[in-house]
Design a protein around this ligand. Structure first.
Ligand SMILES: [Zn+2]
Length: 233
């Protein structure tokens, strides 16, 4: 089977979205990329999660040409491909309609960084895109969703902010691997819920101070990271 390990990782990431309660029925999808082969594996469209097997994952190139499997890919595939083309370091993408993150997307409001849980994963607020124009919706909608995300990241580092809220739709998350993308989707939902509660308790809750924010982000990410165990060489 072509890309057996990647297919297994992609299947597991899709199931992780379900295990974490981020997906209702089939409203979610995760994909992973093999950068050496230039091939992406993604969940098929509309197949119930409990029936999914590694061989059901659809493999295609970066232009969306399917090279294996008879099933149709998730309809959001063109969004995933645009992210892979524009964000060279990412190895996986996860999309859900998880409840709190989607509520922020529907309110078209970025998620402010109120605490260190947020700062451990996302450097600064989680942004919300502009709305798609009628033309962008009418043709190539899914690809244009990716274009709108990438346009928003022209001034942002996608490796430091591995998630976005698409206005009126929901979150897209990414990471160096497909499992990290699914992990970030779960963390995003958690910090979206915490931020909602924070504002419910106090509408004037302060943002996390920049020094503490940077401390938490950079102790886990980048050249000076020291959190956790040393990586095996
Ligand atoms: Zn969606």
């Amino acid at each position: 089977m072509l890309l057996k390990t990647l297919r297994e990782e992609v299947l597991d990431a899709n199931l992780e979205l379900v295990r974490r309660g981020l997906v209702v029925y089939t409203f979610g999808n995760a994909s992973g990329i093999d950068r050496n082969e230039g091939l992406v594996a993604i969940k098929p469209s509309g197949v119930p999660y409990e029936e999914l097997k590694p061989e059901h994952m659809v493999v295609c190139d970066l232009e969306g040409t399917i090279v294996d499997t008879k099933l149709r890919p998730s309809s959001d595939l063109p969004t995933h491909l645009e992210l892979y083309r524009q964000f060279p370091n990412i190895g996986g993408v996860a999309h859900t309609h998880s409840e709190y993150a989607t509520a922020w997307a529907q309110a078209e409001t970025p998620i402010p960084c109120f605490g260190t849980t947020h700062a451990d994963y996302f450097h600064g607020e989680v942004p919300v895109t502009s709305s798609l124009t009628s033309d962008e919706v009418a043709s190539d909608y899914e690809k244009n969703t990716g274009t709108v995300i990438c346009r928003h990241f022209a001034e942002l580092d996608p490796d430091a902010v591995p998630a976005v809220l698409v206005a009126g739709h929901g979150p897209f998350c990414w990471g160096p691997t497909v499992s990290s993308a699914a992990h970030n989707a779960a963390i995003l939902e958690s910090i979206a819920r915490m931020a909602y509660y924070t504002l419910t308790i106090s509408a004037d809750a302060p943002l996390l101070g920049a020094t503490l924010r940077d401390k938490h982000f950079f102790r886990k990410h980048g050249k000076s990271a020291y959190y956790g165990q040393e990586k095996q060489k």
